[in-house]
Design a protein around this ligand. Structure first.
Ligand code: BGC
Ligand code: NOJ
Length: 849
């Protein structure tokens, strides 16, 4: 069953009924001002940080869900009913019957259209590039045979900035709320705490003359009434309320008379504005907001021409951004996700990390160290400058030991003390992030950028030295088998081998661990091999590791690392590989770990949790076992023991009870999250491993099992949005097998993008240039792609000549050896690439005509 359909041409998902199984959301904004918006206009807005600069309220975990939003009410002032006939054109919150409801979620915008008794309303919500505001363009059209007398009410509820405090500290917050209203200009200003330490305020403006306004929620709703039935709307007149404390809100009332066939546009703006600290008030010395800096911005976007131009600018931005990789393959789900939605989701994870979604409250988690490094894999090609900045921000939170804070706050860019560190995989992901950046951009200068440790001025070292310390961090923490110690946890936050928690409610992630000198991670072993191999390549290409200035600085630090060169990193990788083979191999697959007693986890010898997906994926991606048959064995074990029609589960058999020595993983009921859920993030690791083993059919098969577009037809089972990946799909042990949760903000986006574009389609940036190494199904006759890489547009045509994955390349008509396209001369803008797949050198004739 479906709740809508894809419109590829306009790059939209069109939802055709409002009662989707869950709110199906979209994001507004791509720079500093952001919002979430559901298909019924629910959601909220914030400036930069969803916790610390929240503009509007949202009620998580509410019944009904998805309450708090960008609401518009329409009221038929001529209706017979004494209370008038009012409705929400976005269905929520009034939930009256609508005709022709559609919600079009597009790239950075959402349009909700519906009709009620012949009155059509269309609202387009978006954030103009370069501005800290959102535009709602409401167009009301009268399709009746007679004139329509209507009232329009807008409604938003202001959040008192810090979303955490706003939801908890009522004894203070019921007293602080302040607003100013310029009824003449149609602008409501929210200025709570502006009188003291804040230099920022919010505004809510309307382009039409006002019949009234409200700024106090209780006045607008009426006592004991909800958003579904506000007193103001029911009676058809505002109270002109001014909020003093309690719950400041913003509502405009506009009266409209529309002739048959007539349309009218009203623009609402919700924005955030900062004033210089010494020019907050006007006149100086007063308590009135200085509005001189904001008024021109408001005036500009209340004009439909400017709003339309800004909307066109947003479209051009996405056209350019998505144009960096476009493919045409025999599979529509591949095309749709690669060309539009997966790339879009990668940019959203760049902006949001794990902070704000329908499942992430915007309060709990900032930017994850490992998360942000992995997200980068999916967006680096679309925003290399942002990726560079992000890398330097992340690296600046690294600790002098080479360890990492697990999370940092996006607003302050400081490591989060409350969450702490000792997730021993974290530092290694920085190497993968930087490697991806170098491969994409060829910008080797980043390695010399001075970056502090723990944000302490004076501790700056070149980024390259940070990478060296990441490697050293692992080497300094090896366990009894020579495998890396796991610390609090590795990629799997819930495999807490040193925690032994018996206290209810205690966090498995932040509670003090026992002194862990025994529990080891095979996964980190694999990750180390992969990272050390990247370091070998980086060191090899970076002939001059550090200039004289840095050499001295490096020598003088307490945590000095050896100036390890290519050969050393290659040797370290080989040594760890041998250790993984000796102690991480279970006979038919890779083990997961050793617990605090030195007992294997993820072994046939275990009662439950005998095989885990993560080490199969990571060890194979690191190239371990590709030559000696272990890879084939491990992949066969995954196929037999972990694969389901809805994706590959994380481990089997699921843990049926709590294991003190394993931690949070065994707190989840079987089939959910890390306890044998289909943790989608890990599935692309297996897809990549399958391509490395040469199995294109298997790789694409796994890809399509979790591809959201391919699951659209079972939307009633999947329940989350069919246009973006979810973190988790319930596994085969769960009664709800196939149901997705935690959509949008997940490393799943980046890794699937990497798996399909770089490994299955095989268009892979490498240090020396672009590689073409497709491993696609045997039945595919070929595909085409355009890829903008380091400023050059590559027009790629892949054609199958026979079975197998061997590639014969012709670049601008010239056959070239191997599968790497040589970097073109500086003045080239376009390069034609032909790749013949399945051509072997045993054939006498060249594959080219
Ligand atoms: C979840 C993990 C998540 C962790 C982060 C756990 O409860 O199951 O997936 O990474 O919390 O805080
Ligand atoms: C979600 C976290 O954000 C990520 O860092 C972690 O790897 C997975 N959960 C698995 O536990």
């Amino acid at each position: 069953m479906q709740y809508g359909h894809f419109d590829n041409a306009s790059r939209e998902y069109v939802i055709t009924r409002p009662d989707t199984p869950l709110p199906w959301i979209n994001y507004l904004g791509c720079e500093a001002y952001f919002g979430l918006i559901s298909n019924t206009a629910g959601g909220y807005s914030f400036y930069r940080d969803a916790r610390l600069r929240r503009l509007t309220r949202y009620r998580y975990n509410n019944a009904p869900f998805d309450v708090g939003g960008r609401y518009i009410y329409l009221r038929d002032d001529a209706a017979d009913d004494a209370a008038g006939d009012f409705w929400s054109p976005s269905w929520q919150p009034a939930r009256r019957a609508l005709e022709d409801y559609t919600c079009r979620h597009g790239l950075g915008y959402t349009v909700i259209v519906s009709t009620h008794r012949g009155v059509e309303a269309s609202t387009r919500y978006f954030v103009p590039l370069g501005e800290n505001l959102e535009v709602w363009q409401l167009t009301v059209t009268n399709h009746r045979a007679e004139p329509a007398q209507l009232s329009v009410f807008s409604a938003i509820e202001f959040c008192l900035w810090d979303a955490q405090d706003d939801a908890t500290n009522f004894q203070r917050n019921f007293n602080t709320g302040q607003v100013e209203v310029d009824a003449e200009a149609g602008v409501i200003y929210h200025k709570t705490e502006y009188r003291e330490r804040r230099d920022h305020f919010a505004y809510f403006a309307c382009s039409a003359p006002l019949a009234g306004f409200d700024t106090q929620r209780e006045a607008f709703l009426g006592p004991y009434r909800g958003w579904d039935d506000p007193a103001t709307v029911a009676r058809g007149a505002s109270f002109d309320s001014i909020a003093h404390g309690w719950q400041p809100m913003g509502s405009h009332h506009v009266k409209l008379t529309l002739q048959p066939g007539e349309s009218r546009q009203i623009i609402f703006l919700l924005g955030y504005h900062e004033n210089p600290a010494d020019a907050k008030f006007d006149p100086p010395g007063s308590q009135t907001i200085n509005k001189r800096t904001v008024k021109p911005i408001i005036a500009k976007y209340l004009d439909p021409t400017a709003a339309d131009a800004a909307f066109a600018g947003l479209g051009a931005y996405w056209e350019r951004t998505l144009g960096i990789l476009q493919v045409a393959t025999p599979d529509e789900h591949t095309d749709r996700m690669v060309n539009i939605w997966n790339a879009y989701q990668c940019m959203i994870t760049f902006n949001m990390s794990r902070s704000a979604s329908f499942f992430e409250s915007g309060i709990g988690r900032g930017m994850g160290f490992r998360d942000s490094n992995q997200d980068l894999l999916g967006f680096v090609h679309m925003a290399p400058a942002w990726a560079r900045e992000r890398i330097l921000d992340i690296a600046a939170t690294q600790l002098p030991t080479g360890g990492a804070y697990h999370q940092y706050q996006p607003l302050t860019k400081r490591g989060n003390d409350a969450v702490g560190g000792n997730f021993n995989d974290d530092p290694l992901w920085l190497i993968l992030g930087v490697a991806a950046y170098l491969k994409e951009t060829g910008d080797w200068s980043i390695l010399d950028a001075p970056v502090p440790y723990d944000n302490q001025p004076g501790t700056e070292m070149p980024l390259y030295e940070h990478l060296q310390r990441s490697i050293q961090y692992t080497l300094d923490r090896l366990g009894p088998h020579g495998l890396p110690l796991i610390g609090r946890a590795d990629w799997n936050d819930c495999l807490n081998l040193n925690c032994f928690s018996t206290t209810p409610g205690e966090s498995f992630q932040t509670t003090t661990n026992r002194e862990g000198k025994v529990a080891e991670s095979v996964f980190i072993g694999g990750l180390f091999v992969l990272a050390a191999k990247e370091m070998a390549q980086i060191a090899n290409r970076k002939s001059q590791i550090a200039d004289g200035r840095w050499q001295d600085a490096i020598r003088n630090t307490e945590y000095a690392v050896r100036n390890t060169q290519y050969a050393d990193y290659a040797r370290l990788a080989a040594e760890m590989e041998a250790t993984v083979k000796a102690h991480g191999w279970d006979g038919a697959w890779f083990r997961r770990a050793y617990d605090a007693f030195g007992e294997p986890v993820g072994s046939a010898a275990c009662d439950e949790g005998q095989i885990f997906i993560e080490p199969q994926g990571m060890c194979l991606m690191a190239g371990i076992g590709l030559e000696d048959g272990r890879a084939e064995q491990a992949l066969a074990a995954v196929r037999e023991r972990l694969a389901t029609p809805h994706g590959i589960v994380l481990q089997q058999p699921a843990y049926s009870h709590y294991y003190l020595n394993l931690g949070e993983i065994s707190t989840y009921p079987p089939g959910y999250k890390e306890n044998a859920g289909i943790f989608c993030h890990t599935n692309p690791w297996i897809m990549i491993a399958e391509t490395m083993a040469g199995h294109g059919d298997m790789a694409l098969d796994y890809y399509l099992r979790i591809n959201p577009s391919a699951r659209e037809a079972i939307s009633d089972v999947h329940r989350c949005e069919p246009y973006v990946y979810a973190q988790m799909i319930a596994g085969c042990d769960a009664p709800t097998h196939g149901e997705a949760k935690n959509s949008w903000l997940s490393g799943t986006a980046a890794w699937n993008y990497v798996a399909i574009s770089q490994w299955i389609l095989g268009i892979r940036p490498d240090y020396g240039g672009l590689k073409i190494a497709p491993v696609v199904p045997e039945s595919w006759p070929g595909f085409t792609a355009t890829r903008v890489f380091r400023g050059v547009t590559y027009h790629i045509a892949v054609r199958r000549a026979g079975p197998g994955n061997a590639v014969a390349l012709r670049v601008d008509g010239q056959a070239v050896p191997g599968n790497a396209i040589p970097l073109p001369a500086d003045d080239r803008t376009d390069v034609q690439v032909e790749a013949i797949l399945g051509w072997t050198f045993s054939k006498t004739r060249l594959p080219f005509p």
